[in-house]
Design a protein around this ligand. Structure first.
Ligand code: JBB
Length: 244
């Protein structure tokens, strides 16, 4: 799967991309991430990408020309993995990270993971000139109802959630299936996990986990998941009442 990230701060990504899981996925050729600096498409000699809002008001707005031209250029780029003969342009799904977007949840992550190519458009300042939306008609995605300084961290959230669904990216094929929010158990949080030592400062590992009785362990975990979910995330058990 290929990701193209369009940003004014490409230097924010290499640290995250160098993380072991993602690094391995990139080395194995399962994931390809290309960074694009929107400033490279600035038109004037000062390379300006932002300007003051028409109508007045605080802050700056991300200009339409560099953003639209950057997206158009990236959409035309061919798949680096394919050779000259059978190379083809895969336009990809354009995703704008913005607080105005559809809230990211696991069903949306699953939808994105089914794409061959995602183009992630990261904003800054007070947001994009509206004409970016009018011209490019991106899918707009929000990672949550809080204020960020830009779309970069949100783009990393999207990449992080999506790549772990790509077959072969996680060492263990099973664990992404069983996580709290995957389709099969969307309604439950994870049960409590323990590892060595059996006792620390008087805090014991629950006896049942040491019993070797796998049926009993499964039943305890199921019950733990339900209790935990009810206690802290009741909205997951009856999502229609939560306003989600
Ligand atoms: C950003 C959080 C964008 O698209 C908008 C918008 C409003 C305020 C600030 C920004 C900057 S980019 S992505 C997620 C902030 O409405």
């Amino acid at each position: 799967m290929r990701f193209d990230v369009l940003t004014l701060f490409p230097e924010m990504f290499p640290g995250y991309l160098g993380q072991s899981l993602l690094k391995l996925a990139i080395q194995r050729g399962l994931v390809d991430v290309k960074l694009h600096d929107i400033r490279d498409w600035a038109k004037d000699k000062h390379k300006s990408v932002d300007d003051r809002p028409f109508g007045g008001g605080p802050g700056m707005v991300l200009r339409v020309e560099p953003v639209v031209e950057c997206v158009e250029a990236v959409r035309e780029e061919k798949d680096s993995a394919s050779n000259a003969k059978d190379s083809q342009v895969r336009p990809g799904r354009l995703v704008m990270l913005t607080p105005q977007g559809r809230k990211l949840d696991q069903p949306l992550v699953e939808e994105l993971a089914a794409e061959e190519r995602l183009i992630l458009l990261c904003g800054r300042y007070e947001g994009f000139d509206q004409r970016v939306r009018d011209i490019l008609e991106p899918d707009e995605i929000s990672v949550g109802d809080y204020v960020l300084n830009g779309g970069e961290v949100a783009a990393m959230v999207v990449i992080d959630a999506v790549i772990r669904l790509i077959p072969g990216v996680l060492g263990d094929e099973q664990s992404s299936q069983q996580d709290s929010f995957s389709a099969s158990r969307r309604h439950l949080l994870e049960f409590s996990q323990y590892t060595r030592p059996r006792e620390f400062r008087g805090h014991q590992v629950p006896e049942v986990l040491l019993s070797g009785d796998h049926q009993q362990i499964a039943a305890w975990r199921e019950e733990e998941s339900r209790r935990k979910t009810e206690q802290r995330r009741g909205d997951l058990l009856s999502p229609r009442e939560s306003g989600e």
